[in-house]
Design a protein around this ligand. Structure first.
Ligand code: AMP
Ligand code: MG
Length: 324
């Protein structure tokens, strides 16, 4: 079969091409010292929605944003003494820090899954950092594999995995990933490191450096993928609604019903486009939640493509929460 995928070695020209694709809202796959990433401009929600569509991810879990240097990272997330200590030793490298987002949130809500925190990494791979410096925007990138499949460590893995997809537009061949293991994710918002995901930087290395054995996350995973730390609105969510009841907020999709009874209304995508709906989901939930409505009625969302992840997020928000 004809190979349609655009694989190029990393050169000044291919870097320019990648940056242009990112600017235009497309995906570019690139190598790091861990695994290949499927990258989008983290500040463009519609571009980020293509990551979930291309990976066929059934859930909106938060993504790591990649930047060229620690200064850029700390312009996006508030540095803490612990984060500074970790960064001084392990950045650039296979470590991701979760920090509170800085005041002017430039990263799309879809990247952080609506959370106030942000996950940041400065990779060690020299080519990856050249690429990120040229991009001059944070690049959101999970591993470049279809959901549920093995993480890719070569450009060919990536090409094969997405052979029948529109994206990524370009795969940068940066040679086999040296570690082949995903980055260690550390919540560094407090005084004691919290190990969110083990990786090549081990708990022992973290303990030796910081003097604190890393803690396990408090919110244990309740069921696969069900992180209790996921963003949940204060308002009740009423799914598959035909129209808002008096005083409810309304989150539409496609043509809206009569909205005269609605307290506040948004539409995920008047054209009924699931990518656009995914891109708007978290920001619109936030706006409607801030209207003070006790309930948000949500139109039915088709259950295919990105609709699966949208419905997953909405049905969790609709489920009764344990009191804490
Ligand atoms: P992946 O992008 O698939 O390599 O996975 C990203 C990892 O970082 C997952 O384990 C996420 O749960 C974690 N992560 C990303 N952003 C955040 C965040 N804002 N808060 C907590 N964990 C995060
Ligand atoms: Mg992965």
């Amino acid at each position: 079969m004809e190979q349609m995928t655009n694989i190029k070695p990393l050169t000044p020209d291919s870097i320019d091409e990648a940056v242009q694709y990112w600017r235009d809202g497309h995906l570019v796959a690139f190598g790091t010292e861990t695994v290949y990433g499927l990258g989008a401009d983290a500040c463009q929600p519609l571009a980020v929605s293509k990551i979930f569509a291309t990976k066929n991810r059934p859930q909106f879990n938060p993504l790591i944003s990649h930047v060229a240097d620690p200064e850029t990272a700390f312009a996006l997330g508030n540095v803490t003494p612990l984060a500074q200590t970790l960064a001084d030793t392990f950045w650039p490298g296979a470590m991701t820090l979760v920090l509170n987002q800085c005041e002017d949130r430039t990263i799309a809500d879809l990247v952080t899954a609506g959370l106030d925190s942000v996950a940041l990494r400065v990779p060690e791979h020299t080519g990856a950092r050249q690429l990120l410096a040229a991009a001059a925007v944070p690049i959101a990138a999970p591993s470049a594999n279809p959901s549920g499949r093995l993480s890719p460590t070569t450009a060919d893995h990536v090409a094969m995995a997405f052979a029948d997809q529109d994206e990524p537009k370009l795969i940068l061949d940066m040679e086999a990933s040296a570690k082949g293991l995903e980055s260690t994710v550390i919540d560094a918002r407090g005084d004691i490191p919290v190990l969110l995901r083990p990786g090549s930087i081990t708990a022992e290395m973290i303990a030796e450096l910081t003097g604190h054995a890393p803690k396990a996350p408090e919110n244990r995973i309740l069921s696969p993928g069900q992180l209790a730390s996921h963003y949940a609105p204060n308002a009740r969510i009423r799914c598959h609604a035909d129209a808002p009841q008096t005083g409810e907020a309304w989150l539409g999709f496609g043509n809206d019903p009569d909205l005269s009874e609605a307290l506040e209304a948004c539409n995920l995508s008047p054209q009924a486009d699931l990518n656009e709906a995914a891109a708007n989901l978290f920001s619109m939930l936030r706006v409607l939640d801030q209207s003070g409505a006790a309930s948000i009625a949500v139109a039915a969302i088709p259950h295919h493509g990105l609709g699966v992840a949208i419905n997953d997020r909405l049905s969790r928000a609709a489920a009764p929460r344990p009191s804490s």
